[in-house]
Design a protein around this ligand. Structure first.
Ligand code: GLU
Length: 380
């Protein structure tokens, strides 16, 4: 796809990673941050809607405390509390210079997982954009309990890093483009740190398992690596959005991008379109309950987009309530779909393996024939 067509967009989420907000001494990279602010202000004045997802709170906090690592979740959370104010004051002052209003939003997984909160957040963000403000979003590190609470060991959390957070925001707002800026130029076929001749990939259509396998782990500083960026790209391209992963250290990189310079790796949307509700089911919730299904049920879901009937379910793991999103797994425990359950875990345990016509006999009541109705299933 040519760059002009790729950048024919209105609503853009820009994600800035910790390593491009600091210089090589770990200090705030003020000139670079101001260049982002200037570029984003120009985009807003040109009629674009921009949402900024920014890391940096923990890194700035560490610098203020003069420490290089955090040995406990509580210290890291304290760093975030110290650094977030600094981060926001830079953005607010900077955008003020260009007469652009900002609004701070700090989020945890629950804000996505609970559908009411998710819809409230969406309304607030849309209102901010109508007001021509730039929402500035970060994970609410100070109150997130994921790292410090063992009860979360068995939970599949909807996001733990800002790459995934930026994709969830893009998805929630139907953004046309997500730009992820970090200290890497884009996607290579192999890890360029191990093979300096690794081939650079300019364009990707469809984030396939082969593409996902090219992902590497996080670098020092931020939480995400190429793997989390590719997962973010997968989510956004599945609903029809575009993604660009590029090097944020290129001077005035956002202006360069919008001047159609060949920078970064472009991810082109796939033809598939996921409705807003299916995106929420597939990606935005924390998952506790799991259903193991037999091969017949797996094939029916994947090939015919069928509902999941009790007869196809082999076992139930963990407790869940009716209406929650659960993980749908094959007999090798590989997750391939997620869906909203019509029965709680206790009732599910009693009806699995039975024909749907037996549900009334077994439970004494029947809500639905299916444990999960087809409209409430998202294939991953
Ligand atoms: N929320 C973290 C911070 O502000 C960064 C998380 C990430 O890099 O993904 O420092």
């Amino acid at each position: 796809m040519d760059r002009k067509e790729f950048l024919n967009v209105k609503r853009i989420v820009v994600k800035l990673g910790t390593n491009i907000l600091r210089n090589e001494h770990g200090e705030v990279a003020l000139p670079r941050i101001y260049s982002f602010i200037e570029d984003i202000s120009s985009l807003v004045k040109a009629g674009k809607e921009v949402i900024l997802v920014t890391s940096g709170a923990v890194g700035f906090g560490k610098k203020k405390l003069n420490i290089t690592s955090t040995d406990s979740p509580a210290l890291k959370q304290a760093c975030a509390a110290i650094g977030q104010g600094k981060l926001m004051s830079i953005y607010e002052d900077g955008f003020d210079t260009y007469n652009i209003i900002t609004g701070q939003i700090l989020l945890t997984e629950d804000d996505f997982s609970q559908r009411k909160k998710y819809l409230t957040l969406r309304a607030t963000l849309n209102r901010l954009l109508e007001l021509k403000a730039v929402p500035i979003i970060n994970q609410n590190d100070t109150v997130t309990v994921i790292e410090s609470d063992d009860t979360f060991n068995d939970v599949q959390v909807c996001f733990q890093d800002n790459d995934k957070l930026s994709a969830l925001i893009a998805s929630e707002l139907d953004a046309d483009l997500l730009i992820i800026l970090s200290d890497v130029p884009g996607l290579y076929k192999e890890n360029p740190k191990l093979n300096p001749n690794a081939e650079f990939i300019k364009e990707v259509t469809g984030v396939t398992p082969e593409i996902l396998a090219m992902g590497t782990d996080a670098s020092e500083g931020g939480r995400g690596g190429m793997r989390t960026k590719l997962e973010a790209a997968k989510l956004v391209t599945r609903y029809g959005g575009k993604v660009l992963i590029a090097n944020g250290k290129i001077p005035f990189v956002l202006s360069e991008i919008f001047n159609y310079k060949e920078i970064g790796t472009m991810f082109i949307p796939t033809v598939e379109y996921l409705s807003e509700k299916k995106r929420w089911i597939g990606y935005a919730t924390n998952i506790i309950g799991k259903l193991i299904v037999n091969d017949g049920a797996k094939e029916a879901i994947l090939k015919k987009e069928s509902s999941l009937l009790p007869i196809g379910v082999v076992s139930i793991l963990n407790d869940f309530k009716r209406g929650e999103v659960v993980s749908i797994r094959d007999t090798n425990d590989v997750e391939f779909a997620r869906g909203i359950v019509n029965y709680n875990s206790e009732d599910c345990k009693r009806i699995i393996g039975n024909h749907s016509k037996e549900i009334l006999n077994v439970l004494g009541f029947k809500n639905y024939d299916a444990i999960i109705t087809r409209d409430n299933i998202t294939i991953l």
